[in-house]
Design a protein around this ligand. Sequence first.
Ligand SMILES: [Cu+2]
Length: 296
Amino acid sequence: MAQGVAWLWWLMAIFFSLVLLAVGALWIHALRRTPREVTVVEARRIEKCWLIGGGLILPGVSILALLLLGTPVGQRMLPLPVEGEQPLRIDITAHQWWWEVRYPDSGVVTANQLHIPAGRPVDLHLGSADVIHSFWVPRLGGKLDMIPGRTNVLRLQADQPGTYRGQCAEFCGTQHTHMQIVVIAHAEADYQAWVEERAKRRVTPLAGAAGEIFATHCGTCHRVAGVSDGARAPDLSDIGSRPTLGAGVLRNEPGAIARWLHEHRRLKQGNGMPAHDDIDDNQLDAIAEWLETLAP
Ligand SMILES: [Cu+2]
């Protein structure tokens, strides 16, 4: 789908560049030529010729050609009925400023990353919990707005396994930049393995005081499968396996979760997580270390 859009864009760019060059050449020619005498009747005929040719026929034909070429490209992005195996459904809800990703068939929940099977169409049911956002993975498909109170469906397909970068494409507040999503397209068998692993996974709770602090401070907003049930903030059940933290603020390297917990207010100003100044540093580090292990 994205290939179709890119192809159409290049075609338009080439065509309109040719039009621009032709108009520029005519303009220079008009400036440099020696005027010749014409009668009033002849002048009117020339004027009419340019008005009809350049003002009606040329744009008419160009727009018609664009419509004929563009319609099938647009058609392929629509979630039209397909024969045989049905597209996989995934629900994505945009929040200021992160992505909630749900797999209704298996009950798997994740955030800021989207695992899909390659070579198969996927229908993304897009919604928003607050303001208007827009879902866009340029290498996979078109852009579609995510509007509160409405569900828009976007179909896309990754032809090759790989990692594709996505970005919110509708300004949604100060941290709009830090609203990135990483799409990981797996070979079919690897995808099934990922879903199964995630669906059955239950995390072992963190022992000791840090575990209690997690349950009372973090668990009211964050869900960790088998430990807490919060639904306001990103699900953390597989946080250790995510490519980034804070929807693109930090690369998820060893130690990055601890840094995020200590400095998230500075790293992503205005994010919904409260300051942790009431939790002592050692306990915060213990929580971070445990979160790092949460990977399928
Ligand atoms: Cu945005």
